[in-house]
Design a protein around this ligand. Structure first.
Ligand code: THF
Length: 264
């Protein structure tokens, strides 16, 4: 993925040294956008091997509306462990806001059910938005949402998704985030009988942690390989009925995995 390598180049060249909440320190660039044409393949890194299993299970977990890591643990996915409390709870993060955004009068809004209806019956709408940035509940979340808002756009039966991410850990989290939203776009397109078109990823604070610089430089020496294809089970017509076995990543031939510590 050229787009990702260009981002690495830009941050190393134009980024500024910056202190951060975790104490690790970063090189940071404010404001960046990448575009991924899904017709060219599934946008997953080939310059290091990613664990697509974790990415799929995390997205299924968001879509279930769950905020307890038990489901992830049951499937040997440990990416959220460091932020959960003793009961495995993360507070009202992504899953809760996507499926159960609470209203003033005590009801709950299912943003995923609503967005599917809206895209179907009102594809020209300029309000096709799902948000996790519930200002009044941020203090109750283990971590304020990073990828906090996304918007859909339909043109000639093709569906695009624009994501706004306030903060991106470029080495660890960002490759997960890109693949996750590409997957969500493909899933929604499938159940809506549309084709997936473009993923547009906008980032606020795009940063490389100081302890990831060597790993990033190693990745920059690797030449990206052809993108794989993501195949979904065509018989699934309901977004909530997908399970892990319905996904197949074909022709993924990445360079070996590169380890890095996650800042907490
Ligand atoms: N905090 C920080 N500092 N970085 C992040 O990327 C991040 N997230 C989520 C919440 N807080 C964050 C958590 N997402 C991994 C991947 C995604 C995460 C957290 C951790 C991780 O450990 N990845 C390993 C392998 C994991 C595996 O094999 O399953 C890796 O090397 O990629 C970003 O949204």
């Amino acid at each position: 993925m050229k787009q990702y390598l260009n981002l690495l180049k830009n941050v190393l060249k134009k980024g500024i040294k910056r202190k951060d909440r975790t104490g690790v320190g970063t090189i940071s660039l404010f404001g960046y956008q990448m575009r991924f044409d899904l017709e060219e393949g599934f946008p997953i890194l080939t310059t290091k091997k990613l664990n697509i299993r974790s990415i799929i299970y995390e997205l299924l977990w968001f879509l279930k509306g769950e905020t307890n890591i038990q489901f992830l643990i049951n499937h040997q996915v440990n990416i959220w462990n460091k932020w959960a409390d003793n009961n495995g709870e993360l507070g009202p993060i992504y899953g809760f806001q996507w499926r159960k955004w609470p209203t003033y009068d005590g009801h709950f809004i299912d943003q995923i059910v609503n967005i599917i209806k809206e895209i179907k019956f009102n594809p020209n709408s300029r309000r096709l938005i799902v948000s996790s940035w519930n200002v009044g509940m941020i203090q109750n979340m283990a971590l304020p949402p990073c990828h906090l808002l996304f918007q859909f756009y339909v043109h000639q039966k093709k569906l695009s998704l624009l994501l706004y991410q306030r903060s991106a850990d470029i080495f660890i989290g960002l490759p997960f985030n890109i693949a996750s939203y590409a997957l969500l776009l493909i899933m929604l397109a499938k159940v809506l009988n549309l084709k997936e078109k473009e993923l547009i990823h906008t980032i606020g604070d795009a940063h490389i942690y100081n302890n990831h610089i060597q790993q990033v430089k190693l990745q920059m020496q690797r030449t990206p390989r052809p993108l794989p294809k993501m195949i979904l089970n065509p018989s699934v017509k309901n977004i909530f009925q997908f399970c892990f076995e319905d996904f197949e990543l074909k022709n993924y031939n990445p360079f070996p995995h590169i380890k890095g510590d996650v800042a907490i």
